[in-house]
Design a binder for this molecule. Structure first.
Ligand SMILES: [Zn+2]
Ligand SMILES: [Zn+2]
Ligand SMILES: [Zn+2]
Ligand SMILES: [Zn+2]
Ligand SMILES: [Zn+2]
Length: 224
């Protein structure tokens, strides 16, 4: 029985990403594209032939023989090397490339706004927690004792897991002395279930202790 249920809208964080911060100039990309001054839609003039597409192939006394320009294949134009299909990407000057409005009035630049679903708490009081103040004092005392009894029970279980584990390690030490070629990788996988079980029990104790503290607080507030 958890005292709180997490807010699913903000994933228990209590805040949401600010939607107003979006930079309108670059549509949140942080970059703006402008037209390349060196070309026309990515096609730059060929410098080798001066856009004629022809170069002198053979120079004679009275005439020159022309051939197609090898650099541009005779088209007079070459693919521009300073842009991407005629567009140059530049950092957005309004948001300095962040894609976010730096002077957002809604979040003050923090990029986060309070979650309206949970009021920023990230969680809600569970039905169980809300029901506690309605219980009589004797019942609350009983609930505390019940948690303490369960905690003791889980502690005994942990002790049992630990002693099983210690027995296993003792056996391995014996084995290592007598069988030096024992396969050690198998031990790690054999230990895993112990660690998992112990972890689960430890979390159960945390849960029970948290519940006990919550009930205690309700009890104290009833006595006042
Ligand atoms: Zn904002
Ligand atoms: Zn921008
Ligand atoms: Zn260009
Ligand atoms: Zn050319
Ligand atoms: Zn929330």
């Amino acid at each position: 029985m958890a005292a709180y249920d997490n807010c699913s809208v903000c994933d228990a964080k209590g805040t949401l990403e600010c939607k107003a911060c979006f930079c309108g100039y670059c549509r949140g990309t942080g970059q703006v594209s402008s037209k390349c001054p060196k070309c026309e839609a990515g096609q730059a003039p060929c410098g080798a032939c001066g856009t004629t597409g022809r170069v002198v192939a053979k120079k004679g006394w009275f005439s020159e023989t022309y051939g197609a320009c090898g650099q541009c294949g005779g088209s007079g134009r070459r693919r521009c090397s300073s842009c991407n299909d005629g567009n140059i990407a530049a950092q957005c000057r309004h948001c300095l490339g962040s894609g976010r409005d730096i002077v957002c009035t809604l979040c003050g630049g923090s990029l986060k706004v309070k979650c309206s679903n949970c009021g920023g708490a990230g969680k809600f009081e569970s039905e169980w927690l809300k029901s506690l103040p309605t219980l009589p004092i004797d019942r609350l005392k009983f609930e505390i004792n019940e948690r303490e009894r369960q905690i003791e029970e889980v502690r005994r279980e942990i002790f049992k897991v630990e002693s099983d584990y210690a027995g296993l390690i003792h056996y391995w030490k014996y084995e290592a002395q007598n069988l030096p070629n024992v396969h050690w990788g198998a031990q790690a996988s054999a230990m895993a279930p112990y660690n998992e079980k112990k972890g689960k029990l430890a979390r159960r104790i945390d849960e029970l202790e948290a519940e006990r503290e919550v009930i205690k607080q309700v009890l104290v507030s009833k006595w006042k």
